[in-house]
Design a protein around this ligand. Structure first.
Ligand code: SAM
Length: 304
């Protein structure tokens, strides 16, 4: 087993363990049913700096390689959450979650519960397609009897003062006192330059994405696993939510970033964006003002 570096933390009831090894080796080292939640964003095979390939076939091969051991590592009633985007070559678009779904469907114990749309504001401005501003998370449970703590992730209602207007409960408050179901469309800023969580890793996801899943799908003290942990965002969320974390990455340089963030999370100094809605543009700033040559009114009058 190629283990070149290992990070371990065990401070004030926070436990995490990271290793510089291949995802499959790490998964094989886990006991059957060790994980309450396996959450990861695998390499998309789009030629990123940590990828030797830009082939969809390699993405499929990687899933055939690791899924049996990933599923073995999840306890009955636990969850597999897989965050992926799209493969695009020559303007031809392949939704990677379609591939993940096809591969996961070979395992009858996996039941798809949600296909979560993660919507964000920043990305490439396309000229020959609509600009991509979402990725997805497929949430599967292992078996029919599963944990889901909705109350842990409720969000404020837009109009909390609404009342039933007809029927037996007419006149009573209609909303849940803890807030509403956050739905399967999540608006969370992606981690680009300027985001407080940004590290030298080229494609981090935000800690808030992992934190929502961890709160809803695992018990306090449970175990969260990320076999392609990159900069350790899943681990930071796990530590902050009082869960144990086991993670690995093939690249030693990312292990160092992840370990530093995990230590900060334990010490309470990790930089994490609060999971709150993005604010509207500040109209007092010069960048919010329309440059004179933008001819917005002409575009708008020709719209319809
Ligand atoms: C999409 S990134 C994950 C980013 C992570 N979610 C974060 O927030 O930083 C995928 C990661 O998988 C790692 N990786 C690629 N192939 C691997 C393998 N076979 N085993 C372990 N890690 C691998 C890459 O080095 C990269 O850091």
């Amino acid at each position: 087993m190629a283990t070149h570096g290992v990070g371990v933390g065990n401070m004030s009831n926070q436990h995490w363990q990271t290793s510089n090894q291949d995802a499959l080796d790490m998964l094989k080292s886990l006991g059957a049913g060790a994980a309450d939640l396996l959450f990861s964003s695998p390499p998309y095979c789009i030629g990123k700096e940590y990828e030797a390939t830009s082939s969809v076939d390699d993405f499929i091969r990687e899933h055939k390689r690791i899924l049996p051991d990933a599923i073995r590592a999840i306890k009955a009633g636990g969850s597999l959450c897989w965050q992926v985007g799209h493969h695009v070559a020559n303007n031809v678009h392949v939704p990677l979650d379609a591939i993940v779904y096809a591969e996961a469907s070979r395992f009858p114990e996996l039941k798809l519960r949600n296909r979560i749309i993660w919507h964000f504001g920043h990305g490439i401005h396309e000229r020959r397609r609509f600009s991509g501003r979402h990725e997805t998370i497929l949430w599967f449970t292992k078996g029919d009897d599963y944990s889901f703590n909705l109350d842990a992730v409720r969000v404020p209602q837009r109009y909390p003062g609404k009342k039933h207007y007809k029927g037996q409960r007419r006149g009573e408050w209609s909303g849940h006192p803890l807030g509403k179901n956050p739905s399967d469309v999540w608006d969370i800023p992606n981690v680009k330059a300027g985001h407080i969580e940004k590290t030298d890793h080229p494609c981090q996801f935000p800690v808030a994405l992992a934190a929502r899943l961890i709160r809803a799908l695992t018990p306090v003290g449970g175990t969260v696993v990320d076999p392609y942990m990159g900069s350790g965002s899943t681990g930071v969320a796990a530590v902050l939510e009082g869960r144990k974390f086991v993670g690995s990455d093939r690249e030693a340089r990312y292990l160092m970033i992840a370990d530093a963030r995990l230590r900060e999370a334990v010490l309470g100094s990790a930089r994490v964006r609060a999971d709150v809605p993005t604010s509207p543009p500040d109209l007092r700033t010069s960048v919010a003002r329309l440059p004179p040559h933008f001819m917005r009114s002409e575009l708008e009058s020709s719209d319809g």
